[in-house]
Design a protein around this ligand. Structure first.
Ligand code: AMP
Length: 498
C-alpha cells in the first residue's frame, strides 16, 4: 500500500478542497486546493530539474507559504526534503551540501552566487525562480507511491558539539506521529492554529503543520513571533504552539491576558524546558494551563501532558500511544521508581538513523531497538495514576565534579526559586582540583541586589556541598538558539577561565 505522507494528507483534506488552509493576516488566504495545486506545479518543476525519487532537495529560505508547497511537492515526488535553518552561514552550508549532496538547492537571493559557484552538481535557484518555473506547470501530479520506510526528510541536528548529523525521517515516522498528535490534542476541522514558529525545524514544520493538515483545520500564518501582534491575533485562533520564549514574551506584554485567550482551547509548549514559574504565571494571568510536550528531531514527539487530566509544571507528561519510554542507569538497566537516568525511546516515531553515519547510528541504539535520546530524566508521581516524565537535562550537560554527578536542573530550580532571580543556567567549568566545578549563570530581576555570596549561602545546607556552585556569575540574558534552547556550550566557553 502507498505510505506516502502526502496521500494521507490528501485523504484528510476537507471535502471539496475549497476551505482555507493558511491565512496570512493582511495577506492572501490560501485554500487547500491552492496549496495542493501549487505543490503539484512545484513537483513538476523539481522533476524537470532532474530530480528522481530519493533525491534530496535542500531549502534555506524565509518562511512563506510557497515553502510549504515546496515541502509537499517533495513528498509527492518521492524526494527527500532538507530544510535548513536560515541562520546557517557559508561554511555550515558547505558541510550540509557536501554531506547530503542535494539535487536541487533553493536559497535566498543574496546567497545564490556563492552557492551556485560551489555546488556545480546541483541546480541552485531562489524560491522566486522555482515558482517561475512552476507557474506554467500542470496543477495535477501523480503522487509517487512510497513505502513506509522510505525517507521523507533529512533534518540536521543542531548539535552544539562535533559534526551536525542528518537525521533520516521516514514517511512512517511522520505519519504515525502526526496521527497520534491529532488524536491526543483533539484537533478538528474547526481549529485555527496560530503559526509563528520557524518552518525549518520539527516543531513548526512537522508538529504544527501536520496537526493542521491531518485534521483539515487552518492556520494563521505569521512570518515570526511578535508578542504584540500575537496578542492581537489570538482571538482569531483556537490553538497556539510555541517554544517557552513565546510564553515568557507574552507575559511581558501588558495587553496580554484572559481576554486575548478567550477563544484558545490549547496552548502547547516544547523544544526546550518550560520553567515552572512561567507555567504558573501563565495560568494565573489567563486561566490556561500550558500543555508541555517533549520531543526531538530524531524521534518526533515522544511524550505529552494530557488534553484532559492534570498538566503538571516541570513535567512532559506520558508517552504518546504506540511509543515506549524507559529510564536506564549507566549499564542500560531500567531504573526503579523515581531514579534519574538516561531516556530511551522505541516506536514508529524513531528515525531511520543518521545519514551516512552507520557507526554513529549503531552507537545510539540498544540491542532491543531503543534509541538513546541523550536526555536525562525520571518518572515522577503527578497524582494522575500514571507517572509523568520529567526531563532533568542533557547527558552532555551533566557535570562531574570530583567524580560526583550533578544534574544542572536540580540546582537551577533552586536558584530560580530565590527572590530576585528570573532564571539561571548551571554549567560545569574546568577546575584544576575537581575536574569540573559547578558554576551558576544567573539573570537577576531588574533592581534586585542579589550577590554571589547570597546565592551560595541560600543553597548551602539545602543540597550536598559538592552541588553548591563554586561560582555565581550574573548576566543580563542567557544565550538562546532560535528554538529557545539555552546554549550551555556558549556559557561553558565564556566562563571557562576562572
Ligand atoms: P531538537 O532536536 O532541536 O528538537 O532538540 C531536542 C531536545 O530538546 C531534546 O532532546 C530535549 O533535550 C529538548 N527538549 C525538547 N522538548 C523539551 C521539553 N519539553 N522539556 C525539556 N527539554 C526539551
Amino acid at each position: 500500500m502507498d505510505a506516502n505522507l502526502y496521500s494521507l494528507i490528501e485523504r484528510h483534506a476537507p471535502p471539496g478542497g475549497n476551505e482555507p488552509c493558511l491565512v496570512e493576516p493582511g495577506g492572501p488566504v490560501v485554500h487547500y486546493d491552492d496549496l495542493f495545486a501549487m505543490s503539484a506545479r512545484v513537483a513538476h518543476a523539481l522533476v524537470a530539474a532532474g530530480c528522481e525519487p530519493g533525491d534530496r532537495v535542500a531549502a534555506q529560505v524565509d518562511k512563506h507559504w510557497h515553502v510549504l508547497a515546496l515541502y509537499l511537492a517533495c513528498l509527492r515526488a518521492g524526494l527527500v526534503y532538507l530544510p535548513l535553518n536560515t541562520g546557517y552561514q557559508r561554511s555550515e552550508l558547505e558541510y550540509f551540501f557536501a554531506d547530503a549532496r542535494p539535487r536541487v538547492i533553493v536559497c535566498q537571493p543574496d546567497r545564490l552566487g556563492t552557492i551556485a559557484a560551489g555546488q556545480r552538481a546541483a541546480t541552485v535557484l531562489t524560491l522566486a525562480e522555482l515558482m517561475d518555473r512552476a507557474a506554467s506547470a500542470p496543477t495535477a501530479f501523480a503522487t509517487v507511491p512510497r513505502g513506509a520506510d522510505d525517507l521523507a526528510a533529512i533534518l540536521y541536528t543542531s548539535g552544539t558539539t562535533g559534526r551536525s548529523k542528518g537525521a533520516m525521517i521516514t514517511h512512517r515516522n511522520l505519519a504515525s506521529n502526526a496521527l497520534a498528535l491529532v488524536a491526543e490534542w483533539g484537533f478538528t476541522r474547526g481549529d485555527v492554529l496560530l503559526h509563528a514558529l520557524p518552518i525549518y525545524h520539527v516543531h513548526g514544520l512537522f508538529v504544527a503543520i501536520h496537526c493542521v493538515l491531518l485534521s483539515g483545520a487552518r492556520m494563521l500564518w505569521l512570518p515570526k513571533f511578535d508578542a504584540q501582534e500575537v496578542t492581537a491575533l489570538l482571538p482569531r485562533a483556537t490553538v497556539m504552539m510555541g517554544v517557552p520564549t513565546f510564553y515568557t514574551r507574552l507575559l511581558g506584554e501588558p495587553a496580554f491576558g484572559r481576554d486575548a485567550c478567550a477563544t484558545i482551547r490549547l496552548f502547547v509548549s516544547g523544544s526546550a524546558p518550560l520553567l515552572a514559574e512561567t507555567f504558573e504565571a501563565f495560568e494565573a494571568r489567563t486561566g490556561q494551563a500550558i500543555l508541555e510536550r517533549y520531543g526531538m528531531t530524531e524521534a518526533g514527539m515522544i511524550t505529552s501532558n494530557p488534553l484532559t487530566g492534570p498538566r503538571r509544571a516541570g513535567t512532559v507528561g506520558t508517552p504518546l500511544p504506540g511509543i515506549e519510554v524507559r529510564i536506564v542507569d549507566e549499564q542500560g538497566t531500567p531504573c526503579a521508581d523515581e531514579a534519574i537516568g538516561g531516556v530511551e525511546v522505541r516506536g514508529p516515531n524513531i528515525f531511520a538513523g543518521y545519514w551516512q553515519m552507520p557507526e554513529k547510528t549503531r552507537a545510539e541504539f540498544t540491542a532491543d531497538g531503543y534509541f538513546k535520546t541523550g536526555d536525562i530524566g525520571q518518572w515522577v508521581d503527578a497524582g494522575a495514576g500514571t507517572p509523568y516524565l520529567r526531563i532533568v537535562g542533557r547527558a552532555k550537560d551533566l557535570i562531574i565534579t570530583g567524580g560526583l554527578n550533578v544534574y544542572p536542573k536540580e540546582i537551577e530550580e533552586r536558584i530560580d526559586a530565590l527572590d530576585g532571580v528570573v532564571e539561571s543556567a548551571v554549567v560545569g567549568v574546568p577546575d584544576a582540583d575537581f575536574g569540573e566545578a559547578v558554576a551558576a549563570v544567573v539573570v537577576r530581576r531588574g533592581g534586585a541586589a542579589l550577590t554571589e555570596a547570597q546565592v551560595i549561602a541560600a543553597l548551602t545546607g539545602e543540597i550536598a556541598r559538592f552541588k553548591v556552585p563554586k561560582r555565581v556569575i550574573f548576566v543580563d540574558d542567557l544565550p538562546r538558539n532560535a528554538m529557545g534552547k539555552v546554549q550551555k556550550a556558549v556559557l561553558r566557553d565564556r566562563f571557562a577561565a576562572p
